[in-house]
Design a protein. Sequence first.
Length: 301
Amino acid sequence: MNSQLNWLIRSYLRWCPITEGKSQILTLTRNWIIPEDPIATFETKYRFRLKANLANLEHQYLYFYGTHDERYVITKLLKLIKPGDICWDIGANIGFYTCLLASRVAVCVSQSEECFQSGAVVAFEPAAQTCAYLHENVCLNQFANVTVVNKGLGDSMEQRHLYYSEAALAEGTASLKYAKGRAASEPVTLDTIDNLIRELPIPDFIKIDVEGYQLEVLRGGEYCLKTYAPLLMAELKDVGETNRADFREIEQYVAELGYQFYEIRKHSLKRCVHISDSKKRNFFLVNEDSPTFRRISPFLP
């Protein structure tokens, strides 16, 4: 690896505001600047560090750009999430969003000579090796306000198989629903939002990235969502496997919960009636009669 070229290209990819041409530059130089050891620890644009497996292209993106490819999502979250918030990260993978949220919600309140933290993140990841990365990244950044839970979430408490290509890659595309094209699997434990709120803090915000299992997660949190109406962010278009019938079922259930969809754009949010009409992957789900609606209103036309 050419370390000087590595530093130069990564700095350019992270900090240059012009996005055109970046991917071509990385394509031309990747073989010269990628570390020989695929297990790398690096600092992100947001001042927290991550350990990742660069054999995974998703992790490579984090390494080179210092951020996730969902940049419009990140800019919105940095404005919507407040110090003191309780956030749940369902489908946390190695912890990029977990660490981003943890750094955002932390606030230190001094009482006498002691310091108490307000604001917390609960991160759920069912895959054993991926959860090990997640736990290590939380410890790496000394986030005392994060609880890591080695479980998946759904609509019942049960054991299911999680499907992926290779456990060591810590894939963000591992799925409880889709086995096609995934050569390996492992048994994992599932729980529900409604059961877990008996022992965990009630969330103000929930991120859901579960590769086709979104409806089951929502159904397992019906009481919580109807009672407390947290702000939700969900990836609803995953790996091209969700079809229109699935979209309609999600739309109907979300409406029954009293929530509405908002498409995440560069500078704004747009009300979305039908998921299939949008080209976006990620959506905010908001109960417009709840206090959380005030958070997104500045982004509406």
